[in-house]
Design a binder for this molecule. Structure first.
Ligand SMILES: [Zn+2]
Ligand SMILES: [Zn+2]
Length: 266
C-alpha cells in the first residue's frame, strides 16, 4: 500500500461533486490506500477541508497557512493559541502546515512569511505534531529559523516536495526531518535530486503528489491526482535498489510513524 503524504483534495480541480470520489477510486485501484490533504488557508479553507475529509476513510488533513498567504490580513489574525487549538480540534487533523518560506514567488513579504513560519514551529513544539514545510529559494533561512526556534535540537516534520539543495537536505535530515519526494523526482532534469535521494536513509523517505499540481512522468503536464504517487514511488525504489512493493511498505510505515495521529480505519 502507498500513502500520498501531500495532496490538495479541496482544490477546485477535484470538484465539482464526484471529483474527489473519482480520485479516491483511481487511487484505491492502484494500491494508494491513504492520503493527507494539506491546508493552505486557515481562515478560508480549513473548515471546508475538515468537512471534506471527515467522512472519508484513511484521508486526513492538516491546518496551516501557506507562505504565499502569510501576509493576508485574515491569516495574520490567526494567533498561536488558535492554531494550536485547531490542530487539536479533531482526530482527522494530523499535522501542521503547509508553512515555510517561498522567496521564489514572494507573494507575501519576507517579514510576514518568517513570522508565520515561526508561529507554526511553535505550534508544532507545543502540540508535538509534525510540521509540513514548503521551502523554495529560502534554504538558509528555513534551516536557520528551525534551529533558532528549536534551540538547535530539531523537530518532527517533513520537507515536502523536496527540491532544495543537497546541502539543505542533509541539514534537514540532521534536524530530524523526513524528506518527501514528488513527481519532480521523475523529471529528466532532476539528476541532482535523484543523487540526493540515494543518500536519504530509508526510514526518512516519504512520497507525495502535491496534486493537482506537478504530475510525474509519463503524465507531466496533465492534472495530477493521488494515484500517480506510484510513479514517483517506482523511481524511488529503483534509486534505492529495493523492490517496488517494499518501497511502498517503507514509505507508508514512515508516514504513520511521523504522522502518528493518523490511524488506518479499514
Ligand atoms: Zn508546497
Ligand atoms: Zn502543497
Amino acid at each position: 500500500m502507498w500513502i500520498d503524504s501531500h495532496c490538495h483534495l479541496n482544490h477546485s480541480k477535484f470538484t465539482p461533486e464526484g471529483g474527489v470520489g473519482e480520485a479516491l477510486a483511481a487511487a484505491h485501484a492502484v494500491g494508494v490506500g491513504g492520503m493527507l490533504s494539506i491546508d493552505c488557508l486557515i481562515r478560508e479553507e480549513f473548515e471546508g477541508l475538515l468537512k471534506l475529509v471527515k467522512p472519508l476513510e484513511n484521508v486526513w488533513c492538516t491546518v496551516g497557512t501557506h507562505p504565499h498567504d502569510a501576509g493576508r490580513d485574515d491569516e495574520k489574525t490567526v494567533s498561536l493559541e488558535e492554531l494550536i487549538s485547531l490542530a487539536r480540534s479533531d482526530d482527522k487533523v494530523v499535522g501542521i502546515g503547509e508553512c515555510g518560506l517561498d522567496y521564489y514567488y514572494n507573494m507575501s513579504s519576507i517579514e510576514d512569511q518568517q513570522w508565520c513560519f515561526r508561529k507554526h514551529i511553535k505550534a508544532c513544539l507545543e502540540t508535538d505534531m509534525p510540521m509540513i514545510v514548503h521551502a523554495r529559494d529560502a534554504d538558509d533561512d528555513i534551516i536557520r529559523i528551525i534551529r533558532e526556534e528549536t534551540s538547535g535540537k530539531g523537530m518532527r516534520g517533513v520537507m515536502h516536495c523536496f527540491s532544495s539543495s543537497t546541502k539543505m537536505g542533509h541539514e534537514a535530515l540532521d534536524l530530524g526531518f523526513h524528506i518527501s519526494f514528488s513527481g519532480i523526482l521523475t523529471f529528466k532534469k532532476s539528476e541532482d535530486l535523484r543523487n540526493f535521494a540515494k543518500d536519504v536513509p530509508l526510514d526518512r523517505l516519504l512520497v507525495e503528489t502535491d496534486s493537482p499540481y506537478l504530475a510525474p512522468e509519463p503524465f507531466r503536464g496533465k492534472m495530477n491526482h493521488p494515484a500517480l504517487v506510484v510513479c514517483t514511488g517506482e523511481v524511488l525504489a529503483d534509486l534505492k535498489s529495493v523492490p517496488v512493493h517494499e518501497m511502498a511498505k517503507i514509505t507508508s510505515e514512515n508516514f504513520f510513524s511521523l504522522f502518528n495521529k493518523a490511524k488506518l480505519t479499514v
